[in-house]
Design a protein around this ligand. Structure first.
Ligand code: PHB
Length: 361
């Protein structure tokens, strides 16, 4: 048992958060031309600044890292300027915001990449399913296995993105190593069949994540860096032969880094199955553990009380309730989320969800 409460202040790294409720990263596909964050994005995040911490939607570290239309990047000055509007808005409201760094790898399509390049991956294994393109859904193609020189180049792209995140005024960064994107493609053995130093053993499969964390730690204090992991999420055609022991190894290694937190997508986005023992993973980790996937107020408080986590990241309810923290604190009813407006479009289903009437409450 622990005496943690949802509405308690908590310190992570150098930041004092006003509560333990985190806005989870959510792709919304509303960046402007050139994958540049725009005013409406700043308004969306401003509205949600009462979260203890906001983790932004994933943001690609280079044009080659793109995997979807209209997702924001963090690799040129226009994007830095766009994100600065976002961070200023959140800070004006007293909130805190981390940028999630992303490279999609095989979860992409030649239509989305410079010169219609073939997507890249640890191994030439085509994911099942379809990519989202400007012309609708198209079958994933077989990716090309990265060379070692190309891997080094991607690592340096993360460093450049980390520098730009700093220029854009973020409070920290989250390295997205989950949900079937490039770093996760290396971590899990269903997608990584390499026989060089980036494949085979757990140590080798973790090498890309380690190298990325090394370079971003040259830019940011490690205590301003989080890592997102998803041991058993099958989303994006992912699998692993032994997620419990493999992720216990990865998390044990992360203990050496004094990070802001680890952020676990628990279970599977595609089903109710939950075979991994997250309490064991949590107990493997010495620092702050952020839990995510399907939490509501009740489950979040129970998990905190049981000592299963330190922070809880909430996705869809935050999308539909800009004042989610206030509503939770006052036991107010929640707005329903409209799935039809999750991805792309304008302010409808983005910045027009109503706030609860504070007079009535
Ligand atoms: C998505 O766009 O579907 C998406 C992006 C990032 C995630 C998960 C899902 O981590």
């Amino acid at each position: 048992m622990s005496n943690k409460e949802l509405f308690d202040e908590v310190t992570i790294g150098n930041l004092k958060l006003s509560n333990r409720i985190v806005m989870a990263p959510m792709t919304r596909n509303r960046a402007a031309e050139g994958n540049v964050p725009q005013a409406i994005n700043a308004e969306y995040y401003r509205q949600r600044a009462s979260a203890g911490l906001i983790i932004t939607e994933a943001s690609q570290v280079s044009p080659e890292g793109v995997g979807y239309p209209a997702t924001p990047g963090i690799h040129n000055q226009q994007q830095v300027d766009g994100w600065k509007m976002v961070t200023d808005a959140v800070h004006e409201e007293g909130g805190h915001i981390y940028l999630q760094l992303w490279y999609c790898g095989r979860i992409s399509h030649p239509d989305l990449l410079p010169d219609n390049q073939t997507p890249v991956a640890p191994s030439a294994i085509r994911p099942d399913g379809e990519a989202v393109t400007f012309e609708g859904m198209k079958a994933f193609v077989e990716p090309r296995a990265l060379t070692i020189d190309e891997i080094k180049d991607i690592v340096s792209q993360y460093k450049g993105a980390a520098e730009k995140a700093k220029q854009a005024g973020f409070d920290g960064i989250e390295v997205h190593a989950a949900n079937g994107y490039l770093i996760d493609q290396f971590l899990r053995d269903g997608s990584n069949h390499r026989s060089d130093e980036y494949g085979g053993s757990v140590e080798n499969r973790m090498r890309l994540l380690d190298e990325v964390l090394d370079v971003v730690s040259e830019v940011w204090d490690s205590r301003s860096i989080g890592v997102r992991l998803s041991p058993e999420n099958s989303y994006n055609s992912m699998s692993d032969s032994d997620p419990q022991s493999h992720f216990e190894y990865f998390i044990t290694q992360l203990n050496k880094r004094d990070l802001a937190y680890i952020h676990l997508l628990e279970g599977d986005m595609m089903s109710e199955s939950r075979d991994v023992d997250y309490r064991a993973l949590r107990d493997t980790y010495d620092g702050i553990y952020m839990a995510n996937n399907g939490y509501d107020k009740q489950r979040a408080q129970t998990a905190l009380t049981n000592g299963d986590c330190d922070l809880v990241a909430i996705g869809v309810p935050f999308l539909a309730n800009p004042d989610l923290v206030y509503r939770y604190e006052n036991d107010l009813p929640l707005n329903e989320a409209d799935q039809a407006t999750f991805y792309g479009g304008d302010e409808t289903g983005y910045t027009d969800y109503p706030f609860a009437d504070k007079e009535v409450a």
